[in-house]
Design a protein around this ligand. Structure first.
Ligand code: AMP
Length: 425
């Protein structure tokens, strides 16, 4: 298939002769960004990206494409639709962003633009994820004129509206509900969307957003006339069906959870009675080897009680759950990032937005009821090639989930007894 973004398709867009001239670029040349060729690795240099994108990539400290990027970019840069099985931590965000930014630099729109009509729309299930994607986009576009805006629920509607009305928008990142609100009130118009990204489709499904996502997609051009990139950590029957409806002759790309987990995350399972769980967690957290840890539990009230107990027992910890106000969540995440609060207790939904480097440990205080969440949870550590440890407590209440988890991971799980020293006190 030919690129959907050829000049013939888009008469209003002329291929830029200079691959982006922004003032910051004047002193910068690709010579200052040397990355040696390495067997089996794709360099961003091998993709013929515009200098402004290369400069952004260099500023991010990336050298080689991650596996998902190496598989996605050559296809997405051709304008192909993609369905990608990739977890958080795989580098999928940069994969779709680099593709979008390159496309927009290569095919700039000449002339005035209507307000609130993005060229790329990225839909993601949670506020945290949207904020993370928008922040990555800000970083990667910093040497270009490309404008990034975000729309998320739980934050001031009017502030976001003013942001959107200030000038045109190129890349809009949004949660489904808030975006629909903006569309209904006429503040956003999706008719000109050239690239649609649906991120974490499985989460959108389990969070009940599919009707909203459908309503959004209906407002974008037909699938033959847009590029659609759909990412999901798992591809159930239902996700496959949705992907089929929403994409046009897609290339399917897969990075196995196993590869990701096996390479960078050590997964341990402890047989712990529910009576001993708290003690084992507390003693584990007191261990000096833990730099930064996220503790996942299934229920909000459990996360709240755990945080309070840990604080009483002298562990600097913070709560990240849906019951924490958005503004406070942002501050909590910042303190986690800086190391001021090295332990965060989170529910799955809230924990999805935690994109922090240097998380040394993930604890599954409960095994997740939705097994796909296991992959998402452990993906919080071992990010970008760093090593991490995931410790899951299997108690009499949830050990029945282990066989299904084994099937998902495609390998046997061995439950260790709790080391004596973790039961002391
Ligand atoms: P994501 O899966 O998009 O959440 O990305 C996971 C992390 O990997 C982020 O912190 C990115 O900044 C980082 N990352 C993405 N691509 C690369 C790359 N090619 N090299 C090194 N780090 C990367």
């Amino acid at each position: 298939m030919q690129s959907k973004h050829t000049q013939e398709d888009s008469p209003s867009k002329a291929k830029s002769s200079v691959r982006q001239a922004k003032s910051q670029l004047e002193d910068w040349t690709l010579d200052s960004f040397q990355v040696p060729e390495e067997e089996g690795k794709l360099r961003f240099h091998d993709l013929d990206l515009p200098d402004a994108v290369m400069q952004g990539i260099q500023a991010q400290g990336y050298q080689y494409c991650s596996p998902i990027q190496a598989l996605t970019l050559p296809q997405s840069l051709q304008g192909m639709d993609i369905t990608g099985k990739a977890q958080t931590g795989s580098g999928k965000t940069a994969a779709f962003l680099i593709s979008i930014i390159t496309d927009f630099l290569d095919f700039p729109i000449q002339g005035p633009r209507r307000l609130g009509t993005p060229r790329a729309l990225i839909v993601a299930p949670t506020r945290e994820l949207v904020m993370q994607i928008a922040s990555d986009a800000d970083q990667l576009t910093q040497f270009t004129d490309i404008r990034v805006r975000q729309l998320v629920g739980g934050m001031d509607f009017e502030v976001q509206q003013r942001q959107l009305q200030k000038g045109h928008v190129d890349i809009l990142v949004a949660t489904p509900g808030r975006l629909l609100d903006f569309c209904r009130r006429g503040h956003a118009n999706l008719r000109e969307v050239e690239v649609l990204v649906l991120d974490e489709a499985d989460r959108m499904l389990s969070m009940g957003f599919i009707p909203d996502v459908r309503a959004i997609i209906r407002q974008t051009p037909n699938k033959q006339d847009r590029q659609t990139l759909l990412f999901s950590a798992t591809f159930s029957e239902q996700i496959l069906r949705l992907a089929e409806q929403w994409t046009f002759e897609p290339v399917h790309i897969e990075i196995e959870a196993e590869n990701l987990a096996a390479e960078t995350v050590e997964q341990r399972f402890l047989s712990v009675s529910s009576f001993d769980k708290y003690r084992v967690l507390l003693n584990s957290l007191k261990d000096g080897s833990i730099e930064r840890a996220i503790v996942f539990a299934n229920r909000r009230h459990v996360t709240r009680e755990l945080t309070e107990r840990l604080q009483r027992d002298g562990i600097a910890s913070a709560l990240l759950s849906g019951e924490v106000a958005q503004q406070k969540r942002v501050k909590t995440l910042e303190r986690f990032r800086t190391g001021e609060t090295p332990v965060m207790v989170a529910t799955d939904v809230a924990g999805r937005g935690i994109h922090v480097e240097g998380v040394s440990h993930v604890f599954n205080y409960d095994l997740p009821e939705e097994l796909e969440d296991y992959v998402h949870r452990i993906g919080r550590t071992g990010r970008a090639g760093a090593s991490g440890v995931a410790i899951s407590f299997a108690s009499e209440d949830d050990a029945f989930l282990l066989p299904d988890l084994e099937a998902l991971l495609g390998k046997p799980i061995t439950c260790e007894p709790v080391p004596e020293k973790l039961l002391e006190g």
